[in-house]
Every structure is written in C-alpha cells, then in structure tokens.
Design a protein around this ligand. Structure first.
Ligand code: NAD
Length: 483
C-alpha cells in the first residue's frame, strides 16, 4: 500500500498525521493512504512558495512559458499512464479519461505557456508625462479542487497562475488525491523551480486554512455552491481574491427543427459523460412537444446500449461514481423522482458488474413527464440522471430554462441560425453550446453566472484573474509643486 504526503519543493514531506483512505471507486478497495497536511506544514509550504515566487516573477513570460510547454509535452507523452491514475482516482471510463479530462490538462499548460509572453498593458500620454499599466502577479495562489476532473482542475488553475508569475498550491479533493502528483512530477521534470507547485492534502480543514492564511493572495475553488459561500466567508478577513467554479442544473433545449439524431446524441453525452458527474451537464432537457415522443423513444433506445462496468475496459462507456455516499445520494434522488410522479423511462438501479460487485455503479437513468418544480429538476444530482420536460414555444422554453439560481451552462439544438443567436443571447449562463455540449477549448472562457460562481477558467480572462493591474505615472519634467 502506498502512502502519499504533502509535496513541496519538488519532493514529498511527511506530516506525521493519521493518514486517510483512498478507495478505488470501481471496487471500493483501499488503494492508497494519504497523509493530511498539518497546519504547521502549511506555514512552511506557503513560506517556501512565497520565496520561490520572487525569482519566478522576475523571469520573462517567455522563460516561464517554456517551462509550462515542456511540462505539457511530458504529460502528453504520458497520457496513457496518467489516465490510468485518473481512473483509479475517479472511477471514470478510461476511454473518457484518455480523450477528455487528462489531455485537457496539458492543453491548458500549452495554451498558457504560449501566451505567458503576451500580457499587454496600456500606455497613456499627458502633457509632459506618461502613464502605463502592467499586469503583475498576485504572489501565492491556491487551488481547491472537486473530485470529478482532478487533472483538468489542477491544470486549469495552475497553468494561468504560473504563467502570470505566481506560485501555486493545490489542494485536490480528498476523494481524488492521486493524480496531482503526476502533474507535480511533470512540472518538476520540466524545470519548474522548487516551491512553485505544491500539493497539500486533506479535507475542509486544510481548505479553510488556505482561505484564512494571510500568505495566500487568491483562492480558486471548484466545488459546490455551499462550499463557495463558505470560501467567501473564510477569505473575508484577509480580503483574498476568490474565483468560484460551482455547480449547475443546466438546461438543454431541443427545438422542433433540430436534427433529431444529433439532439439525442447531445442529450446522452450531456447527461451520462463521466457518469453524469459534470458540473455543466445539461440535466434539464426541454423538448418541443411536437417531437417529444420520438425524441424520448430514441433516448431510451440508445441509453439501453450504454455499457457500464470496469472503468479500465476500453469498451466501457460509463464507469463508477466517486464514492458509496455519493452513489447512495444519486439513488436517493431516483427514488425522490419516482415519488414526485416523474416517469422512470430508463435505468434507475445500482449496477453490480461481474468482478466489480462492490463498486459504485448506477445505470444511466432517464425520467420523462417531469415538471419544473420537482426536486430532481431543480437540484443538482451530479449523477447519470436526465430529466425530460416538454415545452410549446420558444419564449416559454427560454423563461423555464432561466428559472434557476444556477447559471453555468446551457445548450440548444436547432438548425435555424437566427434562432440559435436569438436564444443563445437570452440564456443566463456562463457558457452556451449550440448543436453540441460541454466543449471547452482553452482559449474560450469557462465559468458561471448567478450562483454557479464568478471568475473564469481558461482564456486571457483566467490569466488576468491571477494578476492585478499596476498603474505607473511618470513625470518627464521637473516637479512644480504648490509649496
Ligand atoms: P465540494 O464543494 O464538497 O468540495 C470541493 C472542494 O472543497 C474539496 O477539495 C473540499 O475538500 C473543499 N472544501 C470543502 N469545504 C471546504 C471549506 N469549508 N473550506 C475550504 N475548502 C473546502 O464539492 P465536490 O463534492 O468535491 O464536487 C462536486 C461539486 O463541484 C458539484 O457541485 C459540481 O457541480 C462542482 N463542480 C464545479 C465545476 C465548475 O467548473 N463549475 C467543475 C467540477 C465540479
């Protein structure tokens, strides 16, 4: 059994605290022991990060970018091995890990490595004086991750933070503590100086300590809405900058003029990818009444062919949920849906694949006949549960789609360009996908509106989020004071 520790200065450091168990979601077996970071250790980690950050910030963006580009290449070359670790962490299907979450990490390193050299300021002229602005790093920044996309979350936060000249401390979710070490190793091999990327382990205790610590300038959380609210409170005394990537209950609207095959395919992947454990999933599927029966029949038919089982099997589509507790929460929501009067059209049960009987698997599940006020329609389930709702006209679809305190993603399926623009423009969410879903290239911002959070991952907006603006005013003449 391996034991993993706090990682700082390019090497693991024991804390002596009682380790916690890391279980493989597909079997429930303990596969690693993780030693939480102690509060005394956290002081050391932050002090080392602050020291290392000074020299890192003094490098040119080009020099910093080169390190990130080398790390990206290392991770790309290790995609298969890294994906296996990711599967052990999350329980998701390997085919998905290899093509989705895992490559998206080095994609971010590559993108931010490329633009690190290009952080323009502004230039201003005045009579006898000039002014200019610069983007300057914040200092030591921290990431706190959710468990569904551990490679992506670590890299989406670390890459812009490091590119901008900060040091970065990552706290992965206590459910998925493993894959961050692979990223740390790649960065160290790529030549990232010691102390610039550290891993601290543990639950809310260490997360809270990161928020409260005066040596941390910014915290970026990916997690639930309630955790986001706590992060703001905990960061208030030190007035930290905060980015919040929170939950969702996103709508996917299927209009009568949509390509039906595409609409069904999009609805399935917007609900069952990563066993539904995707924050931006389109879990409220609004379908125009004129095509609703045909759409549902196809959804049910294609759901039956989704293979659930051994996540390491390349032919498996859907792996395990993260934990027994989470699986039970998802199963409970399925019972709530039935009790609320929704029609269970597909799935609805725990699955016990041969050889993986103790794993946390749930069938892809489809509810039809749903209404807007049902709990399964209003609350984030974060599992493979699709709710199908019927609408009659465009205005109604838009207003029902927006009737939620979440605002992370939204999708619409139509062959009308005019409708695509018109509807996309009215949806209250950080991202809108037309005729596709959950596509997040690194140069396009990703993040929430309303209670799905604020701040952005990816793009120049993320880079800017790890900087502040310094204004310099330079007088070119002798000073003529009033005294
Ligand atoms: P969570 O909120 O329970 O935990 C997220 C992280 O916060 C964990 O690392 C946890 O240890 C830490 N944490 C918990 N309490 C804390 C506190 N008081 N102070 C500091 N840190 C604390 O979320 P989860 O169950 O790990 O992940 C699922 C949630 O994440 C879902 O709501 C999902 O929608 C959301 N999510 C959002 C995005 C996005 O980009 N918007 C992406 C993935 C997941």
């Amino acid at each position: 059994m391996i034991t993993k520790h706090t990682y700082v200065g390019g090497r693991p450091r024991p804390s002596g605290l009682e380790p916690f168990d890391k279980r493989y979601p597909a079997t429930g077996e303990v596969i690693a022991k993780i030693e939480p970071t102690s509060l005394e250790q956290l002081d050391e980690v932050i002090a080392e990060a602050a020291e290392a950050q000074k020299a890192w910030a003094a490098l040119s963006g080009t020099e910093r970018g080169r390190v990130l580009l080398r790390a990206a290449k290392i991770l790309q070359d290790r995609n298969e091995a890294l994906s296996r670790v990711e599967v052990m962490d999350v329980g998701k299907a390997i085919a998905e890990a290899e093509s989705g979450d895992v490559p998206s990490g080095p994609d971010a390193l590559e993108y931010f490595g490329g633009i690190a050299r290009d952080m323009p300021g502004t230039f201003h002229t005045y009579p006898g004086a000039v002014g200019f602005t610069q983007r300057v790093p914040l200092g030591v920044c921290a990431g706190i991750g959710a468990w569904n996309y551990p490679t992506q979350i670590a890299c989406w936060k670390a890459a812009p933070a490091l590119a901008a000249g900060n040091a970065f401390i990552h706290k992965p979710s206590e459910e998925t503590p493993l894959v961050a070490y692979e990223i740390a190793d790649a960065l160290t091999e790529a030549g990232l100086p010691k102390g610039l990327f550290s891993i601290v382990q543990g639950d809310a205790t260490i997360g809270r300590a990161l928020c409260e610590h005066p040596g941390v300038a910014k915290v970026s959380l990916t997690g639930g809405v309630d955790t986001g609210k706590l992060i703001i409170k905990q960061s208030a005394d030190t007035l930290k900058k905060v980015t919040l990537e929170l939950g969702g209950k996103s709508p996917l609207i299927v209009f009568e003029d949509a390509n039906l095959d595409d609409a069904v395919g999009v609805a399935l992947s917007a609900n069952f990818y990563t066993a539904g454990e995707v924050c931006s999933n389109g879990t409220r599927v609004f379908v125009h009444r004129s095509i609703a029966d045909k759409f549902l029949a196809e959804v049910v038919r294609r759901t039956a062919s989704i293979r659930v089982g051994d996540p390491m099997d390349r032919d498996v589509h859907v792996g395990a949920l993260i934990s027994e507790t989470h699986m039970n929460k998802v199963l409970e929501y399925i019972e709530i849906g039935k009790a609320e009067g929704a029609t269970l059209s597909a799935g609805g049960n725990r699955v016990r694949p041969q050889g993986f009987e103790n794993g946390y698997f749930v069938e892809p599940t489809v509810f039809s006949g749903c209404t807007d006020n049902m709990r399964i329609v209003r609350e984030e389930i974060f599992g493979p549960v699709m709710s199908v709702l019927v609408f009659d006209d465009e205005d109604e679809a838009v207003s029902r789609a927006n009737d939620t305190f979440f605002g992370l993603g939204a999708g619409l399926m139509t062959t009308s360009l005019a409708r695509a623009h018109r509807v996309a423009d009215q949806l209250q969410s950080g991202s809108v996908w037309v005729n596709t879903y959950n596509i997040c290239p690194p140069d396009l911002p990703f993040g929430g509106s309303k209670q799905s959070g604020f701040g952005r991952e990816n793009s120049r907006f993320a880079l800017e989020g790890y900087t502040e603006v310094r204004s310099t005013y330079m007088d070119l003449n002798n000073f003529e004071g009033a005294y």
